[in-house]
Design a protein around this ligand. Structure first.
Ligand SMILES: [Mg+2]
Ligand SMILES: [Zn+2]
Length: 178
């Protein structure tokens, strides 16, 4: 089975330094939901792995996170696509959990749930920690320059083999050639 792992904020939707705390604040980056549909049409399952420490900080609750994800699901469905699963880390930054990227807990859960091998799995993110988590499990790290991506590229230190694209639509063009 072919599978792609996407970060959420800054990859699928516009990011905010103040966190995405409501469905109204979740706004898709142009071309992103269509890109997910194109991946599906090419036989890829698409799953999301997202750090959501705003839950752990008390900025928003699980009902709100679920409502945000309902909106995302509906936007993708309206474009003819589907997100198969959303994995999120709700813990605070200092909680020391095993799921917050760059830790690999969400990736290991994805591998177990979907019975896939992580090595070579295309993984799209806009932050260094997304790429580090991908590299740690042998996945293929793809940096997009939306969200925090431009700053991430400037900061350097990207895992070896990281590929860089303007946005999820462009990253998808490449994945479809793999
Ligand atoms: Mg992000
Ligand atoms: Zn966690």
């Amino acid at each position: 089975m072919k599978l792609v792992i996407l970060d959420r904020d800054g990859v699928i939707n516009f990011d905010s330094k103040q966190f995405i705390k409501s469905p109204a604040e979740w706004r898709p980056i142009p071309g992103s939901v269509e890109a997910i549909a194109r991946l599906n049409q090419a036989g890829y399952r698409v799953v999301v792995a997202t750090n959501q420490s705003g839950v752990g900080r008390g900025l928003f609750d699980m009902d709100t996170l679920n409502a945000i994800h309902d909106k995302m699901h509906r936007a993708v469905m309206a474009a003819g696509g589907r997100i198969d699963a959303i994995y999120y880390c709700p813990h605070a930054v200092d909680a020391g959990c095993h799921c917050r990227k760059p830790a690999t807990g969400m990736f290991e859960r994805i591998a177990g749930c979907f019975n896939i091998d992580l090595p070579g799995t295309p993984t799209v993110g806009d932050s260094l920690r997304d790429l580090q988590a991908a590299a740690a499990v042998g996945a293929l790290p793809l940096l997009v320059l939306t969200g925090k991506g431009t700053q991430t590229q400037l900061d350097g230190g990207l895992p070896q083999g990281t590929l860089v694209f303007a946005d999820l639509a462009a990253a998808t063009d490449h994945i479809l050639l793999l």
